[in-house]
Design a protein around this ligand. Structure first.
Ligand SMILES: Cc1cc2nc3c(=O)[nH]c(=O)nc-3n(C[C@H](O)[C@H](O)[C@H](O)COP(=O)(O)OP(=O)(O)OC[C@H]3O[C@@H](n4cnc5c(N)ncnc54)[C@H](O)[C@@H]3O)c2cc1C
Ligand code: FES
Length: 505
């Protein structure tokens, strides 16, 4: 039977921690217990810093549980594109940093004796339908210039069930079980004397001396604060105009032993498909779209399955289906470093660009160096304040797309009234000047919130496969009852007043 859960979440017990119940003072407060936050906290704790990690969910309950766990220095956005914006030297630094991130994960796995299925394996980039060999040739040359001399152009990837055609082989990549890794990292932080508080929402984050993180009735004071909430919840505008949110979808199905080679793989499509194995489960992802701007997620899972079956006919029933969000920056690299327009002791990490496991690990290494006052060769490359003029057209395209979303306030609702919404469904209903996000739960009860996103006021949209309200502007997401699950919004949707007829009913 199909479950709407990642293969990782279905196969691990995460360690439990308690909420913040008193004021605490530490050297560094990290907000967010995903791969970026936990790696940063772990490396700081190992360097002798007193750390506290706050998360409003459990550990690893954010986008890290939705990942597919490819650990790669193959760049999703292509080295030849990166070079155009940042130049050859920067592309080399980017390649070095992703390679170093995989190495660092391997070192941590060894040091902490983490049983998380970490494996070194090759990655294959093959042509999407309609793409040309020249794409691979350009990427091969750019990868070599970036220092990845082992990358090779081959006539086909090692799949036997379909002929991929020409491909690039990236040697010595990695894969792991991300939640087993984070479960162990959380334990290691605890053993190093660090604090982890779950169920603790950071309501407000202030830099200065000391930095303050307010969570409910309590405060963490610290010399520095790292905001690792996937999308910064402490920055209203500066970073959000430089990155755009995309939903991406994944399926997992059993395959017979040995039927598919153990490799990582991607095609060159836009959006692209990504493939790997976890034991006997074949994992395939793709079908990305701008968050909140497509209401056909069930059909996207169907198209993904059709694409997968055409290439892997030995696949069993789809057992796992899940979706999540990636943040695409205008210049293809994450933002890691000091928060723009803020105190010097506030740091952020965001803009995963589909490579958030390596970017999150790079963040751990880079932020540790910045906080300890050590030089780091990647500081300028990932500086969140950077502006690359060569990325201006991407910046203009994404921001005019955001501006267009405000026109939603002028349109009608998805349906005329809540009666038209089936059990388990959601839709926007216009009520006078207001737009209401209406969810009918599986028992038939109706739950209503204002559809205005608390970040900068766009109208949220229903995502039927994920049962979330998604904001089409900067990627805030809310559960069906309006509880915030993804920034930049840091508050829930506000509850709607029930109409007179509803109160009378
Ligand atoms: C389907 C999919 C496939 C992917 N595949 C890959 C891949 O193969 N390789 C790769 O490198 N990357 C991949 N990515 C990207 C990568 O998985 C993510 O970018 C990365 O895991 C994000 O980690 P994070 O620590 O930044 O965020 P998260 O894991 O989201 O952690 C952020 C945490 O912050 C907490 N939080 C948020 N706001 C607050 C608040 N106000 N107070 C307290 N806590 C808060 C959340 O609860 C959450 O636990 C994929 C992403 C998706 C969705
Ligand atoms: S995320 Fe910015 S307006 Fe909703």
């Amino acid at each position: 039977m199909r479950r709407h859960q990642s293969v990782w979440a279905a196969s691990v017990e995460l360690p439990q921690f308690t909420p913040l119940e008193q004021n605490v003072h530490v050297d560094v407060c990290v907000v967010g217990a995903g791969i970026a936050g936990l790696t940063t906290a772990y490396l700081l704790a190992r360097s002798g810093k007193r750390v506290a990690v706050l998360d409003d969910g459990p550990v690893a309950g954010g986008m890290t549980q939705m990942t597919t766990g490819h650990l790669t220095n193959q760049l999703d956005d292509r080295y030849f594109e990166l070079e155009k914006i940042h130049g050859v030297e920067a592309a080399r630094l980017a390649a070095d940093s992703h390679t170093a991130a995989i190495d660092r994960i391997e070192t941590i796995v060894r040091q902490e004796r983490i049983d998380c299925d970490f494996t070194r394996l090759d990655g294959y980039l093959f042509l999407a339908e309609g793409d040309e060999r020249a794409t691979l040739e350009r990427e091969l040359d750019a990868a070599h210039r970036a220092g990845l001399r082992g990358v090779q152009l081959l006539e086909r990837a090692p799949f036997t069930s379909f002929d991929s055609g020409a491909c690039l082989r990236f040697p010595n990549q990695g894969q792991f079980h991300p939640l087993k890794y984070l479960a162990a990292l959380a334990q290691a932080i605890h053993h190093e004397g660090g604090h982890i508080f779950t169920g603790s929402h950071a309501d407000e984050i202030e830099g200065g001396v000391p930095a303050l993180v307010h969570a409910g009735r309590h405060v963490v004071t610290a010399d520095a604060v790292v905001v690792a909430t996937n999308v910064p919840v402490n920055d209203r505008v500066a970073i959000h105009t430089k990155q755009a949110p995309y939903m991406t979808y994944v399926i997992g199905a059993r395959i017979p032993d040995g039927a598919v080679p153990k490799v990582l793989s991607w095609d060159t499509g836009d959006p692209y498909h990504y493939i790997r194995l976890q034991k006997d489960v074949l994992i395939i992802g793709g079908e990305d779209h701008k968050t909140g701007q497509a209401n056909d997620s069930p059909q996207r899972y169907e198209r993904l399955e059709a694409w997968a079956r055409a290439r892997f006919p030995m696949m069993g029933e789809v057992e796992f289906a899940w979706g999540g969000q990636v943040m695409e920056t205008q210049d293809y690299l994450a933002f890691i470093g000091r928060n723009p327009l803020d105190h010097d002791n506030v740091f952020v990490v965001t803009g995963d660009s589909g490579m958030g496991l390596t970017h999150g690990t790079i963040a751990g290494m880079l932020l540790t160096d910045l906080i300890l006052g050590r030089p780091n060769p990647w500081e300028k490359l990932y500086d969140p304040s950077r502006v690359r003029l060569r990325a201006a057209s991407e910046f203009a395209r994404e921001n005019s797309n955001v501006a267009m979303q405000y026109a939603d306030w002028l349109t009608g609702g998805d349906v005329a009234s809540a009666e038209q919404i089936p059990a388990g469904g959601g839709a926007i209903v216009r009520r006078g000047l207001e737009k209401i996000a209406v969810y009918r739960d599986p028992e038939g009860a109706v739950h209503e919130c204002h559809a205005k996103c608390p970040h900068l006021g766009c109208v949220v949209q229903w995502n039927s496969a994920e049962t979330t309200w998604d904001c089409p502007c900067h990627g805030s997401r809310f559960d069906p009852y309006g509880k915030v699950i993804n920034g930049p919004a840091n508050r829930d949707l506000s509850p709607a007043e029930r109409s007179r007829e509803q109160r009378a009913a």
